[in-house]
Design a protein around this ligand. Structure first.
Ligand code: SF4
Length: 378
């Protein structure tokens, strides 16, 4: 299950998520809308993984997060030992809040650290200090969270090679169970995108590749095993929610802009916060843009998602088609893809997007039972 909490103090210049700034006064009304949407959902479960993302879930009062979690538990059931995770920003994270959330049933926290360089944090529009990141990890540990993740953003223009090395060193020094390292991207419509169009520096992909390679080495050296292009974990601390998504597992998303995938159908919720709340309060469904993912589209999607994992993906029809295609032969010769038994593996993870493009360019295979993505209407 994915629960979207859209509240942020300010919108960071690179962010294109469904978020709002300075609207925390709507939190309890929004929480009630989430509860109503959960109550109206078709029975399913019990749940293996629950992920509160955003936005900034840690801006919501702990009591409200607990109420939503209780609603999920009574509607669907939460399996014993399930991963119950939330995202948090270091500046909102106190020991008291962390303790309340552990008491409510949360066992994993993903802290948006981003960088240990104050200049880079300022460029990214973040309001916390490096010291607050360390304090947030300590509070999460003391409160009893089983798993602590740090998110880092690499390769922003003001970040030097030594700054990234220092960020990695200090992040790993906090002894996280899980580390996510994402390259800064310029998403259309964001403030960063407008600045870049107006002549500001954009991130350098070669520099970001160097950052990734260093992160990969440093994680391995400190006992974090990379299990996906951007994610590394100590044994037993993989993010089960994300692994399920990359394995084409089913999920339901609640809240404005949340996506769901079940029974071969994908849909999304109304993105605007007010429209979402008005719709749910009027007793109507906020679900929109239904797509049926079947046949060849489902098969290519399975491989596109699966190749992000270090263990790769069962090759199947799309993997075999790639393997035999002219572009696939080039990628094999260059050592970019390989076969391990029946699994297709990207041997050079930095080129995963290149492999994805080759899969998307494969001619659609038409045969009995192989269809395509089709809109089902609202
Ligand atoms: S805190 Fe996260 S979700 Fe909120 S605006 Fe910044 S990047 Fe986006």
């Amino acid at each position: 299950m994915y629960l979207h909490i859209p509240f942020c103090e300010e919108v960071c210049p690179y962010c294109d998520f469904a978020v709002v700034a300075g609207r925390d006064q709507l939190a309890s009304r929004y929480g009630e809308a989430l509860v109503a949407e959960i109550r109206a959902a078709t029975a399913w479960g019990p749940l293996d993984a629950v992920n509160f993302g955003g936005g900034t879930p840690s801006r919501m009062p702990a009591g409200l997060l607990e109420r939503i979690l209780q609603e999920l538990s009574s509607r669907f059931g939460i399996r014993k030992g399930a991963e119950v995770s939330l995202e948090a920003n270091p500046e909102d994270w106190t020991l008291q809040k962390a303790e309340s959330l552990v008491a409510a049933g949360f066992n994993r926290v993903s802290l948006g650290a981003q960088s240990f360089d104050a200049e880079v944090l300022s460029y990214l529009g973040r309001r916390h200090t490096p010291a607050e990141i360390v304090g947030a990890v300590t509070a999460a540990r003391r409160a009893g969270f089983d798993s602590v993740n740090l998110d880092l953003i690499m390769g922003s223009p003001p970040e030097s090679a030594s700054s990234w090395s220092e960020t990695l060193r200090r992040a790993l020094e906090t002894n996280p169970d899980h580390l996510s390292t994402y390259a800064l991207t310029v998403e259309p419509g964001t403030v960063l995108w407008k600045n870049v169009r107006a002549g500001a520096c954009s991130p350098d992909p070669d520099r970001q590749a160097e950052c990734w390679e260093e992160a990969d080495r440093e994680c391995a050296r400190t006992g974090l095993v990379r299990y996906e292009v951007s994610n590394a974990a100590r044994p037993g601390h993989h993010c089960r929610y994300n692994l399920s998504v990359w394995g084409q597992g089913e999920y339901l998303g609640f809240g404005n802009g949340a996506h769901s995938f079940r029974d071969g159908r994908r849909w999304e919720n109304l993105r605007g916060l007010e429209r979402y709340m008005d719709t749910v309060e009027a007793g109507r469904s906020p679900n929109r843009r239904f797509e049926l993912i079947e046949g060849w589209a489902a098969e290519t999607e399975r491989v596109l998602l699966g190749i992000r994992r270090r263990a790769g993906v069962r090759s199947g029809r799309a993997g075999e088609a790639l393997w035999k295609s002219p572009r696939g032969r080039e990628l094999r010769r260059a050592g970019v893809i390989g076969l391990h038994g029946d699994r297709l593996v990207v041997e050079r993870p930095l080129l995963t997007d290149e492999v994805s493009r080759a899969i998307l360019a494969l001619p659609q295979q038409e045969s009995a039972g192989l269809g395509k993505v089709s809109g089902l209407g609202g």
